[in-house]
Design a protein around this ligand. Structure first.
Ligand code: NAD
Ligand code: TYD
Length: 350
């Protein structure tokens, strides 16, 4: 039986990866390590918590002694590392937290893995999940490929870029069996409502302003989260050591066009007159250092490993809206308490 450590499995993408692996591979033992920050929520994986091949450990990847002990206790075969501070706006207010978790936390995991696996690196895989934001910003044309130079602009993307470099360094220096994937913006269920799509769904539902940074002209390339989880599965099992794959669905939208579609879907679902939700659109002060455009070229993944995205955007958005509207309790729970303070600090002064 393979024992796999998945970090950050109580977060948005991690919960989808944990669910996929626990259900698809009953002969794998999945250990989910998560600090349960504001973004981590055990309700995200309630449906699999009692499965015999799943266990949860609460802990902080920044704590090196704890991580070393965990590795020595469990003898993991492989690691899929998703734990991170993930929100750009928070990284602008508090960069150090991003350095601690995203950089130091990743190096702690690499060190523990290196120490445990040093006699047989090829039998143990360290899969690092990263973002397209490490490549910086595009102008009106072009796409990020696996060979695009790193050029991060936000403290978040700088910390992820740094962690990617460390992961590659552990391959090049020590011969560790590592792989990295860089994915575009994800959307889907269980997404914390500080990010554009779930925040907008929450605000539309509650008749609150939808804050659009700048003129809403920034472009993101959106991928349904379950398609990302499937890509991680395919890459984890098939990629050659030391390789990188870009993951994306060729699905670029300006923020304002995306929000207009979302408003239409919300009007329909909430039985509102057409155009009613769009009245909530409010242009607010732009994000500092706001990257203009991200677009991923995922040809390598599609050609070499046969992965393709499964959903059209409008279908995925509608599924996402349905999930939020039928999981009111989830949304109420995560938006009580600390969320309110964050929201006030982030948006009332804009
Ligand atoms: P998230 O913020 O929803 O979840 C992160 C999880 O990590 C949470 O459960 C949190 O509790 C946990 N965590 C944070 N700090 C920790 C620590 N010090 N020790 C242990 N656990 C800790 O993030 P997400 O959107 O699910 O992103 C997951 C990964 O995917 C990240 O590495 C992110 O950079 C990457 N990624 C995200 C996107 C996206 O669109 N969300 C796109 C590409 C790549
Ligand atoms: P976000 O969901 O924070 O993801 P990222 O910054 O990692 O791409 O933001 C997506 C886009 O939406 C980005 O261009 C910033 C913009 N945005 C808004 O216009 N308003 C908001 O309230 C938020 C959170 C984001």
């Amino acid at each position: 039986m393979k024992k796999i450590l998945i970090t950050g499995g109580a977060g948005f993408i991690g919960s989808h990866v944990v669910r996929l692996f626990v259900n698809k591979y009953p002969d794998y033992q999945i250990v989910n390590l998560d600090k349960l920050t504001y973004a981590g929520n055990l309700n995200n994986i309630k449906d699999i918590e009692n499965k015999p091949n799943y266990s949860f450990v609460k802990g902080d990847i920044v704590d090196a002694a704890f991580i070393n002990e965990l590795f020595s206790l469990h003898k993991f075969d492989s690691v899929i590392h998703l734990a991170a501070e993930s929100h750009v706006d928070r990284s602008i207010s508090n960069p150090l937290e991003f350095v601690m978790t995203n950089v130091i936390g990743t190096v702690n995991l690499l060190n523990a893995a290196k120490n445990e696996w040093k006699d047989n690196f090829s039998a143990h895989r360290f899969y690092h999940v990263s973002t397209d934001e490490v490549y910086g910003t595009l102008g009106e044309t072009g796409m990020f490929t696996e060979t695009t130079s790193y050029d991060p602009h936000s403290p978040y993307s700088a910390s992820k870029a740094s962690s990617d470099h460390f992961v590659r360094a552990y391959h090049d220096t020590y011969g560790m069996n590592v792989i990295i994937s860089n994915c575009s913006n994800n959307y889907g269920s269980h997404h914390f409502p500080e990010k554009l799509i779930p925040l907008s769904i929450h605000n539309i539902k509650n008749n609150k302003p939808i804050p659009i940074y700048g003129k809403g002209e920034n472009i993101r390339d959106w991928l349904y989260v379950e398609d990302h989880a499937r890509a991680i599965d395919v890459i984890f099992h098939n990629a050659k050591t030391g390789t990188t794959y870009n993951i994306g669905g060729h699905n670029e939208w300006t923020n304002i066009d995306l929000i207009k579609i979302l408003c239409k879907i919300m009007d329909k679902k909430l039985n509102r007159d057409e155009g009613e939700s769009a009245k909530l659109i409010t242009f607010v002060k732009d994000r500092a250092g706001h990257d203009l455009r991200y677009a991923i070229d995922s040809t390598k993944l599609q050609k070499e490993l046969g992965w393709v995205p499964s959903l059209q955007f409008e279908e995925g958005l509608e599924k996402t809206v349905d999930w939020y509207l039928s999981n009111e309790e989830w949304l109420t729970n995560v938006t009580s308490g600390a969320y309110k303070k964050y929201y006030e600090e982030q948006y009332t002064k804009r």
